[in-house]
Write a new protein. Structure first.
Lengths: 671, 220
C-alpha cells in the first residue's frame, strides 16, 4: 500500500486541535456568554464547516491517507487513517455540527446550569473526540476517543445537575456507556487474533476462526448498539437526550449516534473482512424491532424532546436494518445489492444528522421562548415564532419521509434493496424478508403520524396557555443554525444522485462494488440494477410547486372579494376555549389503544363529580420491569455476596494477605 | 574459615526459629515483648558473627543498630506502653496453642521447600539459613493472625521484620546500608504511630481487644 502525502489528514488533525484550543479558550472568561457563546461557538462552527470540506474532498478523491503520531502507549503510537468511510462520517460531523454550533452560539443564557465557558470546553472536547474517533486506526486511540466522547457528553448531559431527574438520567447514561465500551474493548481483544497488535492494520490481517469472528461481531454489535440505542439497549437514550441542553441533544442524537454506526461498519465490513451472511440477521431483526418500538413510543409521548428521542431510536432502527441487509447480501455474494443497502444506510445517517439536529434545535428555541416542553401547554406558536416554525416544518416533512426532501430518498433506497430478498439463496430468510419491508413501511408511516402530532400540537392551532403570548422568535445566530440544517435537508433531498455517487467510494472500499446508475441523466436517480425504477426529486418538486401554485391561483381567482370571517361552529356546545383542541394525549390515543400490550400504562381518571378534575397518564416501558429491574436485583445480590468478604476483623484481613502470599509462593515454587 | 563459626551461625538460626515458636505459643504479652528482645539479641549475635567472618564493615553498623533499636529501645517502649495500658495477657487466641503450633510446623516445611531454589542461587556461606528466615517471617505473620490484642500484633509485625533482616543477611550479607537504615526508621515510626493508635482505641472502646473494631465495617 502506498503512503501518499497525508495533507488532508493533517488538515483534519489541525481542525481537531483547533476545537481543543477553542474549548480551552472558553475557560479564559468562563462566565461570559458573549465570549464563550457568541464568539467561540461561531468559530467552532467555522472549523466544523472546514472539516466537512476536507472530508468531502477526501471522499471525492477516494484515496486513503495514513499517519503515525509519536504519542500514545509504548509500542503502540497513535495510528490515524483517513479513508472514504471515515470521510463520510467526517462530512456528517462537520456539516451538521456547523449548524448546531452556530445555533449554540446564540442559545446559551447566563444562569442556566454549567457556566458557558465550561460548556464550551466540554462541547468542543466532545466534537474533537468524535473526529478523533473517526480518524483512529488502532484500538487504543479508538477507545480513548470513545471514552472521551462518552465522558464529555456525560458532563454536557448533566449540565443542569441541580435537577435530580437529570442526575439520574446522566447516571444511567454513564453506566450504559461503560458497559458498551467494555464490550467494544472485548471485541477488539478478540479481533487482534493472537497477534497482540492492536492496530487496525493487524486486525485486518488477522485470520479468525468463524466462531471467534462471530463472537467479535456480536460483542461489537452489543457495544455499539448500546450507544446507538438499539432495543433493548436503548433505555438510556430517552432519558439522556431530553435531559441535555438542546444543542447537546442535537449533537448527541444527530452525530454521536452515528459514531456507533461508524463503529459497526468499521468492525464488520472493514476489520473482520467479509462477514458470514447470517450475521446480518441479528442487526436486521434488532433494527426492525427498534423501528416499531421507537415509533410507537414516540407516538405516545407528551414531552417534545422525549418524543424526538424515541424518534431517534426509530431512525437508528432503520439504519441498523440497512446494516443487516448489507451484511446479508454481502455474505450471499451479491455485492451490488449490498452496496445499495449500504448507500441507503449511510444516506439515512446523513439525513438523520440534519433532520434530527434541526428538530432538536427547534425544540430548544421553543423551550427558551416558552419555558415549556410539555406538548399539552404549547400550541399556535407559528404566529409567534414564524422562523422556528417554518424551518422546523422542513425538518418535520423530511423526517416524515415526504418527497422531495431527504428522508424519502434513504427510505426508498432501503425498500428497494429489500426487494432483492427473493434472490437470496437461503430458504426461510428470503420468504421472511418482505415482512421486514412491511415493518419498515409501517415504521415510516407511523413516523409521519408522529411528526404531524409534533408539529401540529406545538405550532398549529391556538395557544393552549395564556403565557405563550409572550413567546418570541429566536435570534439571528439561532436562525442561521436552523436555516443551515434545513438547507442540508433540502439539498440532500434534491440531489440524491450526486450524494449516491459520492458514497460510491465507500461501497468500493468496503464491498468492492458501486451502485450502478441505469439512466445517464443528472436529475434522475436509478440505482437499482436490472429494474426500471427511478426517482427524480426535482420532478416531484416541480409537480408539487405547480399543484400548489395552481391551487392558490385558482382559489384567489374564484374567491376574490368574497372572503368573510365568521365564528367557528361550536356544535351548539357553548364557548370554545383553546384547551379544547386535540391534545398530544388525544392524538396518540389510537396508537396507545391498538398497541396496548407494548406499553405499561398507569392512568388516573377523575371522578365524575370532581370539581377540579385532573387527568393523569403515565406510559412506561415494560422493558424496565421485565429486563432491567431483575438485572439490577441480580447484581445487588451478587454484590451482597461479595461484601461478605468484608468481615471487619483485622485478623481475617491479615489471613487474606497471608493466604494470598502462600498461594503465590506455592505457584512460584511448583511452576 | 573456622568450622565452629559456621556451626555457631547455624545455632543462632535455630535459636531464632525456636524463639518464633515460643512467641507463637506465648500468651503473656510482657513475655512476648521479652522474647522479642531476645530474638533481637540473637540476631545481633548472628550479625556480629557474620561481620567478623566475612569482614563486611557495614554489618557491624547493622549490629549496632539492631542492639540499640530492637534489643533496648523498642522493647522498653512496648513495656512502658503495656504498663500504662494495663495489659498483661492476651485473651484466648482464635486457634488454640496446639493447633497453632501444628500449622506453624507445616509452614516451616513449606518455607524450607520454598527456600531450596533460592539456596541454589545464593553464593553466600550462610545460605542454609534462608529457609529459617522465611519461616520466621511466615510464623510472625501467623501470630498476627491468631492474636486478638493489638499489641501482640505489633510484636508480630516487628518479629516479621527480624525475619526479613535475617533473610537478607543470609542471602546476600545484608541489605545496602541505606535500605537498612530506612527499614529501621520505618519500624521505629510504625511503633510510635501504633502506640498513639493504642491509646486512641482504648479511649474509644475501653479495651484493646480488636473485635471492637469489627463494628466499623459498612453493614452486616
Amino acid at each position: 500500500m502506498s503512503f501518499p502525502n497525508p495533507t488532508l489528514l493533517i488538515g483534519c488533525l489541525a481542525l481537531l486541535c483547533g476545537w481543543g484550543v477553542i474549548g480551552l479558550a472558553g475557560l479564559l472568561r468562563p462566565g461570559s456568554v458573549r465570549w464563550a457563546g457568541n464568539i467561540l461557538f461561531t468559530l467552532g462552527a467555522a472549523l466544523g464547516l472546514a472539516l466537512a470540506v476536507l472530508g468531502a474532498v477526501s471522499l471525492l478523491g477516494g484515496g486513503t491517507e495514513r499517519l503515525i503520531l509519536p504519542v500514545g502507549l509504548p509500542n503502540l503510537p497513535m495510528h490515524l487513517r483517513l479513508d472514504p468511510l471515515s470521510s463520510v462520517f467526517l462530512v456528517l460531523l462537520g456539516a451538521s455540527s456547523a449548524g448546531i454550533s452556530v445555533f449554540a452560539g446564540g442559545y446559551f443564557r447566563p444562569g442556566e446550569g454549567t457556566l458557558p465557558g465550561l460548556m464550551c470546553l466540554q462541547y468542543h472536547l466532545f466534537l474533537a473526540s468524535m473526529a478523533l474517533l473517526l480518524l483512529a486506526d488502532d484500538a487504543y486511540s479508538f477507545l480513548v476517543a470513545w471514552e472521551v466522547m462518552a465522558l464529555s457528553s456525560y458532563f454536557l448531559v448533566v449540565s443542569q445537575h441541580r435537577i435530580p431527574e437529570i442526575r439520574r438520567a446522566g447516571f444511567i447514561y454513564l453506566v450504559m456507556a461503560h458497559i458498551g465500551a467494555l464490550a467494544i474493548l472485548l471485541a477488539f481483544g478478540v479481533m487482534q487474533g493472537g497477534s497482540w497488535l492492536f492496530t487496525f492494520h493487524a486486525m485486518r490481517a488477522a485470520h479468525l476462526t468463524p466462531g471467534w469472528a462471530a463472537a467479535a461481531f456480536l460483542l461489537a454489535l452489543f457495544g455499539f448498539g448500546m450507544k446507538a440505542g438499539l432495543v433493548p439497549l436503548h433505555i438510556w437514550l430517552p432519558e439522556a437526550h431530553p435531559a441535555a441542553p438542546s444543542p447537546v441533544s442535537a449533537l448527541m442524537s444527530g452525530v454521536m449516534l452515528k459514531t456507533a454506526v461508524y463503529g459497526v461498519l468499521r468492525v464488520t465490513l472493514d476489520l473482520l473482512g467479509h462477514p458470514a451472511w447470517w450475521w446480518g440477521l441479528v442487526p436486521l431483526a434488532l433494527g426492525l424491532l427498534t423501528i416499531v418500538y421507537g415509533v410507537l413510543f414516540a407516538a405516545v409521548q407528551t414531552d417534545m424532546k422525549r418524543l424526538l428521542a424515541y424518534s431517534s431510536i426509530e431512525n437508528m432502527g432503520i439504519v441498523f436494518t440497512g446494516i443487516g441487509l448489507t451484511i446479508l447480501f454481502d455474505g450471499a455474494g451479491m455485492p451490488v445489492v449490498a452496496a445499495l443497502a449500504l448507500v441507503a444506510t449511510l444516506y439515512q445517517c446523513m439525513n438523520h444528522a440534519f433532520m434530527k439536529s434541526l428538530l432538536f434545535l427547534g425544540t430548544g428555541s421553543v423551550l427558551h421562548a416558552t419555558g415549556e416542553r410539555n406538548l399539552g401547554r404549547l400550541g399556535g406558536l407559528i404566529h409567534r415564532m414564524p422562523w422556528v416554525a417554518w424551518l422546523t416544518l422542513i425538518g418535520v416533512l423530511a423526517i416524515a419521509g415526504l418527497p422531495p426532501l431527504n428522508g424519502f430518498v434513504s427510505e426508498w433506497l432501503l425498500l428497494q434493496s429489500f426487494l432483492f430478498a427473493d434472490r437470496l439463496p437461503h430458504a426461510p430468510v428470503n420468504l421472511l424478508l418482505p415482512m421486514g419491508a412491511a415493518l419498515v413501511a409501517l415504521g415510516v408511516a407511523l413516523a409521519g403520524y408522529v411528526m404531524v402530532k409534533f408539529f401540529g400540537v406545538i405550532f398549529l392551532g391556538r395557544a393552549r396557555e395564556a403565557t405563550l403570548a409572550r413567546a418570541h422568535d429566536c435570534g439571528v445566530l439561532e436562525r442561521i443554525g436552523l436555516a443551515w440544517l434545513a438547507l442540508g435537508c433540502v439539498l440532500l433531498g434534491l440531489f440524491p444522485l450526486q450524494v449516491v455517487h459520492a458514497l460510491g467510494a465507500v461501497t468500493q472500499q468496503l464491498l468492492g462494488a458501486a451502485v450502478p446508475q441505469a439512466v445517464s441523466v443528472w436529475w434522475l436517480l436509478a440505482p437499482v440494477p436490472g429494474r426500471a425504477v427511478s426517482y427524480g426529486p426535482l420532478v416531484f418538486l416541480t409537480a408539487i410547486g405547480a399543484v400548489v401554485g395552481i391551487a392558490m391561483l385558482a382559489v384567489r381567482l374564484t374567491y376574490r372579494q368574497r372572503v368573510r370571517r365568521s365564528p367557528a361552529w361550536d356544535c351548539g356546545f357553548g364557548a370554545l376555549t383553546s384547551r379544547m383542541q386535540d391534545t398530544a394525549e388525544g392524538f396518540g390515543q389510537p396508537i396507545r389503544h391498538l398497541f396496548q400490550p407494548f406499553f405499561a400504562i398507569e392512568r388516573q381518571l377523575p371522578a365524575p363529580e370532581d370539581r377540579a378534575p385532573r387527568y393523569h397518564i403515565e406510559i412506561r416501558e415494560r422493558i424496565w420491569s421485565m429486563l432491567y429491574e431483575p438485572l439490577a436485583r441480580a447484581v445487588q445480590r451478587l454484590a451482597d455476596l461479595a461484601s461478605r468478604v468484608q468481615q471487619g476483623r483485622i485478623s481475617v484481613y491479615l489471613f487474606y494477605s497471608f493466604a494470598t502470599l502462600l498461594v503465590l509462593l506455592a505457584v512460584a515454587l511448583f511452576r | 574459615m573456622l568450622p565452629w563459626g559456621q556451626q555457631l551461625l547455624d545455632m543462632c538460626a535455630a535459636l531464632l526459629l525456636l524463639l518464633s515458636f515460643a512467641m507463637l505459643s506465648q500468651r503473656r504479652i510482657v513475655t512476648l515483648v521479652n522474647l522479642y528482645a531476645v530474638q533481637g539479641a540473637v540476631l545481633t549475635a548472628a550479625t556480629l558473627l557474620l561481620a567478623w567472618r566475612t569482614g563486611e564493615r557495614h554489618l557491624y553498623l547493622s549490629a549496632a543498630l539492631t542492639i540499640v533499636l530492637k534489643v533496648t529501645f523498642l522493647p522498653w517502649l512496648l513495656r512502658r506502653l503495656l504498663r500504662r495500658l494495663d495489659i498483661y495477657r492476651d485473651s484466648e487466641p482464635r486457634l488454640n496453642v496446639t493447633g497453632t503450633m501444628l500449622v506453624g510446623l507445616l509452614i516451616v516445611v513449606f518455607a524450607f521447600a520454598l527456600a531450596q531454589p533460592i539456596t541454589r542461587l545464593a553464593s553466600t556461606s550462610t545460605r542454609s539459613a534462608i529457609g529459617i528466615a522465611i519461616s520466621v517471617v511466615l510464623l510472625a505473620f501467623l501470630m498476627m493472625i491468631t492474636r486478638r490484642k493489638a499489641v501482640a500484633q505489633v510484636v508480630g509485625f516487628l518479629s516479621m521484620e527480624n525475619g526479613v533482616f535475617f533473610g537478607a543477611m543470609s542471602a546476600s550479607y545484608g541489605m545496602p546500608m541505606v535500605v537498612e537504615l530506612g527499614v529501621a526508621l520505618d519500624v521505629l515510626i510504625a511503633v510510635l504511630v501504633l502506640g498513639v493508635f493504642f491509646f486512641q482505641i482504648r479511649e474509644q472502646f475501653d479495651s484493646l481487644d480488636l473485635h471492637h473494631l469489627e463494628s466499623l465495617k459498612e453493614h452486616d
